[in-house]
Ligand binder design. Sequence first.
Ligand code: ADP
Ligand code: YYY
Ligand code: MG
Length: 209
Amino acid sequence: METDVGVSTSEEANGSAAKKKPTVVFVLGGPGSGKGTQCAYIVEHFGFTHFSAGDLLRGEIDSGSENGLMIKSMMNEGKIVPSEVTVKLLQKAMEESGNEKFLIDGFPRNDENRAAFAAVTGIEPAFVLFFDCPEEEMERRILNRNQGRDDDNIETIRKRFKVFLQSSLPVVQYYESIGKVHKIDAARPVEEVFESVKAVFTSINEKDD
Ligand SMILES: Nc1ncnc2c1ncn2[C@@H]1O[C@H](COP(=O)(O)OP(=O)(O)O)[C@@H](O)[C@H]1O
Ligand SMILES: Nc1ccn([C@H]2C[C@H](O)[C@@H](COP(=O)(O)OP(=O)(O)O)O2)c(=O)n1
Ligand SMILES: [Mg+2]
């Protein structure tokens, strides 16, 4: 079943034709909190196109691009790749998609990411989903993930948790301060988490009707 989520519009400064801007939802949460898993369900039910910033960066490594080695070494250290690279990949993916409703997963991961996306695309998120999960549960999930990722080892996982607390949580707190965060208890089974996620998207649809 697909449900419609409204596309925001903005008037040009001179008040002429309204120009459509894509609807963007940022999906945030620590490593292993279940962002990718829940995004797959949201796509199925609500007609969004899903982009994982981490997947786009891994694609860039695999393509043999000139940034590949730099991205690979930063990811293996659990560090956040410069926004210039990530925002460009997201912007290209959105332009090529043909959709106007996007779930952007794992981005923005720091304030630099947040500001660069706003400056380059002119888009502010409709809202932010935040998957709240204790570290020991996230660690268990990542160690069982089996996707063959170089950064899913205990040493890098610990570094990623540190970066999440230091750089990514403040971005969530910023969006909380402007009333844009829907916080979800992500420590529950997948289906239960999705019930809460579904409620958020359904209530947004109803508001737009
Ligand atoms: N609610 C959940 N309960 C248990 N395991 C989960 C849950 N959500 C996701 N997982 C599993 O945990 C791992 C990490 O999930 P993933 O969606 O990749 O998280 P993220 O994108 O936030 O790192 C995957 O192996 C996934 O199958
Ligand atoms: N906005 C982003 C997103 C991810 N990255 C890098 C740094 C992250 O540790 C890795 C992996 O991100 P990814 O979202 O795939 O990881 P999780 O799904 O949270 O486990 O990619 C980044 O540099 N900038
Ligand atoms: Mg992920």
